[in-house]
Design a protein around this ligand. Structure first.
Ligand code: ZN
Length: 235
């Protein structure tokens, strides 16, 4: 009870709310489809060639060409598939790129500059640069821009014409998933510089996801200026 009273006075919510974000899988564009097929054909040719040249007795005279051709095709396909994209998450805490089971996140409050370069939306932080290829991720890019306008307009460095080809962000876009893998502990309170040793001590700005210690949460966010009283939430 005493704790609740204290929290009420501080104006910070204690209930743990399950936060959701949007998950976008890359669109199947033509080049990724072709590289997928090329990869399969290359692997098959390479396998058949290896069999014909080194395993089968007597070796087939044309097998070495199959090996070479298969290796080249596979190499080209791998090169192109490398240009493909990973799933992207966009939500209240920021943007994340999925690499297998790993999530690389950048919080809205840590964005220094958002710009478009080489047909990709770039999200630049102090020591992190996330790239969202526009061709593979038109909906994710549209949502990132929409959220960035509302949350961190000062970081936006995108000309209107550069986003002409992007779709309108719609409510049904992406798949709703629970926000996970937030790195809170180890951060410092933006107001008091107190190290956040326990996640339960953290309070987040609902606008830019800036992190504060529960005992030092100011009335207004020092990063985005948004009101925190009664709005800052426990992660
Ligand atoms: Zn904020």
């Amino acid at each position: 009870m005493a704790e609740n009273k204290k929290d009420k006075k501080k104006g910070t919510k204690r209930e743990k709310v399950e936060r959701k974000e949007r998950r976008f899988v890359p669109s199947q564009n033509q080049s990724s489809l072709y590289s997928g097929l090329g990869g399969m054909a290359g692997a098959l040719a390479l396998g058949a060639g290896v069999y014909g040249q080194w395993i089968r007795e007597p070796a087939l005279p044309w097998a070495q060409y199959l090996v070479a051709g298969g290796a080249v095709t596979l190499g080209i396909a791998l090169w192109f598939s490398d240009l493909g994209a990973d799933p992207i998450r966009v939500g209240p805490v920021g943007v994340a790129v999925e690499k297998g089971t790993e999530l690389t996140r950048i919080a809205w409050c840590d964005l220094k500059r958002v710009y478009i370069e080489d047909k990709a939306l770039r999200l630049e932080g102090d020591d992190l640069l996330l790239s969202v290829p526009l061709a593979a991720h038109p909906h994710a890019a549209a949502w990132i821009l929409k959220e960035a306008v509302a949350r961190v307009p000062d970081a936006l460095d995108v000309k209107g014409s550069a986003t002409d080809g992007l779709p309108e962000p719609k409510d049904g876009d992406g798949e709703q998933v629970v926000v996970e893998n937030l790195q809170i502990t180890g951060r410092h309170c933006a107001e008091s510089d107190t190290a956040i040793s326990f996640e339960r001590d953290a309070r987040l700005c609902p606008t830019c996801a800036q992190v504060y210690h529960r005992d030092h949460t100011p009335e207004k966010c020092v990063t985005c200026g948004g009101g925190l009283a009664g709005r800052a939430y426990a992660p």
